[in-house]
Design a protein around this ligand. Structure first.
Ligand code: ATP
Ligand code: MG
Length: 469
């Protein structure tokens, strides 16, 4: 069996002619980058490559860069949402000539992942940089037609990538079979290609799964193993396929095909192992494998060394499956792991926090992330102060917070705050009505003066007055 490197990495095109299909994209992009290489700045300083996943967008940029002697700075757009981050990275790179190479391509993946509402000024910062850059910037996206990307589209050379044709994919798979010296029959390759729906990454992964399991690729094997792309496996089937795997590749396939992300799959496995395995030695071996999988996974994540993933799959799948040597397997059902249950609860907490930040950002002039990191924690202190629920109540009314948000902020003190709100409403019914109901979009003001005059919060930044106390 050849190395453990995923074949999609091993056979990543090095030269442009190794990128199959995409003739039009190759031509347009080569011409555009050619201008940069000659030291001219073309009219459009950025290109937006779009099309389905796994068809060669990133690969082509890398291959062209090699051909033209350009460096590539790869950034993942979804990691760089904030204006400050973007300026510090893309902004700086956009203004500098590389020292050793002929040029520098700034490659930003997944630009469609930027959410203009949530990402504070990220998109605008990018637009500003594109207008001034002295290095070519290349964006990639699966869906470039989102409304928010319109200003970016206007500035970019649009380059379409198409689903790969069956002919192109067949040629690609055959080349891999040849260099791996693996017997592949034509019908089997055609079957893989059909199931891949034009996605080379998917096709190569399927080919590797079969080839590594059997050392040959025949139609029968492929029919048994390759499932359609649309059929990811749910968690129960994944667990069954691991625990009852008869061969190592079956367990590995169960892991790679799961719809669950690897962390949650580890959680599920860790909860299920003691339910399924009865012999202490089996248990020990299974946990040992799982612990090593966790370690490799976090190592892979921190170093970006994703060839480690293959070990992770081996440890989670075959590692756990074949830990059972001596003992039997129990028929006990898989339970919903406590940690997953907790994560679901946490998710709803996150949602409330998100909604609250949204609500507050309408009246406090600060970004949502500032609100989340700086304002909400202070509000929590105020809302949890048992001796003065009135202050929290006024804030709640002023900012029109709903019960869910109040509960989130006040925790065990929520009932106190809600009672205080009722009290305020009873005390000055007309005033409360005007404030709360008739001015839905008004800047929040504290709804009522309470007895002795207390200082009102100002309309913007009213909070900090409370906070500083
Ligand atoms: N046109 C192609 N020719 C040869 N190999 C390809 C081609 N397209 C994809 N591949 C293979 O699939 C892998 C993934 O391709 P690539 O990263 O270029 O896809 P992409 O279009 O950028 O996908 P995404 O939209 O998910 O970023 C490559 O490493 C390569 O092995
Ligand atoms: Mg890509």
């Amino acid at each position: 069996m050849s190395g453990r490197l995923p074949w999609v990495v091993k056979y990543r095109p090095r030269r442009v002619d190794e990128v199959v299909g995409q003739d039009e994209a190759k031509r347009v992009l080569r011409e555009w980058l050619g201008q940069w290489a000659k030291g001219r700045i073309p009219e459009k300083r950025a290109a937006l490559l779009y099309g389905p996943p796994g068809v060669g967008k990133t690969s082509l940029v890398e291959a062209l860069a090699r051909e033209l002697d350009f460096d590539v700075l790869e950034l993942n757009a979804s990691d760089y949402r904030r204006k400050a981050d973007i300026e510090r990275t893309v902004g700086v790179a956009a203004g500098k000539k590389p020292l050793f190479k002929r040029g520098l391509i700034i490659l930003m993946d997944e630009v469609d992942g930027i959410d203009p509402k949530a990402d504070e000024g990220g998109l605008e910062a990018l637009l500003g940089i594109v207008k001034k850059t002295i290095n070519p910037i290349v964006f990639t996206a699966n869906d470039p037609w989102k409304e928010q990307l319109r200003p970016l589209r206007d500035l970019c050379l649009m380059v379409e990538f198409k689903e790969l044709s069956e002919g192109a994919l067949m040629a690609l798979l055959k080349r891999i079979c040849d260099s791996e010296r693996i017997y592949c029959d034509e019908g089997a390759l055609r079957y893989i290609v059909e199931k891949s729906m034009g996605d080379a990454r998917a096709a190569i992964n399927d080919l590797q799964a079969v080839a590594e399991g059997y050392g040959k690729v025949t139609l029968d094997l492929v029919r048994a193993i390759v499932k359609g792309r649309d059929k990811t496996l749910n968690i129960w089937r994944t667990l069954n396929n691991i625990f009852y795997a008869r061969q190592a590749w079956m367990a590995k396939k169960a892991v790679t095909q799961s719809e669950e992300d690897y962390e949650s799959l580890i959680t599920w496995l860790s909860d299920s192992i003691p339910k399924k395995y009865e012999d202490p030695l089996d248990l020990y071996r299974a946990y040992e494998a799982l612990a090593r999988a966790t370690l490799q996974l976090s190592r892979g994540k921190t170093t970006g060394e994703w060839s480690l993933l293959s070990y992770v799959f081996d440890l989670m799948g075959p590692g756990v499956a074949f830990a059972r040597i001596s003992g039997g397997i129990s028929r006990e059902k898989y339970g919903f792991p406590e940690k997953v249950r907790l994560a679901v609860q946490l998710k709803s907490v996150r949602e409330v926090r998100e909604k609250l930040a949204e609500q507050l950002s309408r009246s406090i002039l600060a970004s949502k992330s500032t609100i989340k990191n700086e304002v909400i924690p202070y509000m929590m202190v105020i809302f949890r102060n048992e001796s003065n629920p009135l202050m929290a109540a006024r804030l709640a009314l002023g900012y029109r917070l709903d019960k869910e948000m109040i509960k989130f902020l006040a925790g065990p003190n929520a009932d106190n705050v809600i009672k205080a709100i009722e009290k305020i409403k009873r005390a000055k019914p007309e005033e409360v009505k005007v404030e709360v109901e008739r001015q839905p979009k008004a800047q929040p003001k504290p709804p009522a003066k309470e007895g002795r005059e207390e200082r009102r919060p100002r309309t913007t930044g009213g909070l900090d007055r409370f906070i500083k106390k």
